[in-house]
Design a protein around this ligand. Sequence first.
Ligand SMILES: C[S@@+](CC[C@H](N)C(=O)[O-])C[C@H]1O[C@@H](n2cnc3c(N)ncnc32)[C@H](O)[C@@H]1O
Length: 393
Amino acid sequence: MTVDVGQSGFTTPIHDATSSVSSEVLQHNKRQTWDVPSHFEMTHFHKPSTSQNISQRHLMKNSHRLPQSYTRFSPARGMSMKHFPCALYQRLTQTGLSHRAYTTGSFTVKDTLIDWRGKLEAAQVPEADLAVEHIMSHILGVPQELEKLTSVVLSKEILTEVDRLMTCRLARMPLQYILGEWDFHSVTLKMRPPVFIPRPETEQLVELALECLQGIHTPRVLEIGCGSGAISLSLLHSINNLQCVALDQSKHAIELTKLNASNIGVNDRLLLVEGKVTSEMMPCLPRVHFHLIVSNPPYVLRKDLLNVQPEIKIYEDMRALDGGKDGLDVIKAILIHSHRLLLDKHSVILEVDPCHRYLIPVWLEKQPSLKVKFTEVFKDFNGKDRFIKFVKS
Ligand SMILES: C[S@@+](CC[C@H](N)C(=O)[O-])C[C@H]1O[C@@H](n2cnc3c(N)ncnc32)[C@H](O)[C@@H]1O
């Protein structure tokens, strides 16, 4: 996790069954030379009815793939949870930002991409290209094939949905929440605000954890601060006989990890505990004596929290980031309890702030009763000292 943080649905309903899809695309599809999802192929090209019916059918059929977060999240800006997207949309419509003249009926995929890329860039939303492509692919249900559909004309219903999701991005909602799911390591996870979005460098933490577990027959792992379940679920998915206890103080995180575990099919090897770890207290765990304790804890120094991007400040739970004055509040608590929870000669591996490789040894020297020794520092892909391994002697 660092603070410098910066797929779907319904097919493109044809606006007019005969004229909206370019003949080039239609011919191409008849020759079956490119793969499209079956729902796209059947309804878009082979079973044309009225555009209205197709649009509505697809909206309903794929509504499960739209981010559930829209109706669940309260951005705490005077909008109720229920009205969040609507209120936001209205607010932006009033500013003219999302106005579109639908009456021409001639917006193609390409027009829409250009239009929204321009709006996002004008509003200085980072990585506008990435957002428009991901959102459009998500809505059309064609993650790999977008460039082949640039001349397809979009119906009013699809354009409305495009506007709705792009408007969320304009309001700096992270793409992962807008799309409702995201790939991490070897798994695909549902994403819902305000649960922390796993960052790419944490995939390296998973790799380091897998190395620590090599050669252990039935490894038992404790994860502290599981968030969406990214680390625990990747480990469970990678090692068949691994058993895991995952703990988090946030009930939203626990609920999301449970959902993700069941989607991935590893829930029978995962025990979830909702509770807060402090230096004085560890929630009651269903088992003790682990082969590995792993955590990407809140480690951001309080002073650095002032500079986080709107995506984080507005949408993510800041308690997932806030490590206290020196970023060590939860890290110290984990090390204190590791002494009791770890099997001898086994490891704790943590994601940390680069300054922690200097601060933690100084603190550990003042804790002679702790049998946990600082052993190794690992860099992330940006060359920063990001992961520390400790071994219980
Ligand atoms: C940085 S997030 C990491 C989430 C996930 N492991 C990942 O890498 O995507 C830290 C998580 O720790 C949880 N957390 C923060 N303080 C905690 C505490 N004292 N006890 C238990 N969980 C805590 C937060 O709710 C959050 O889900």
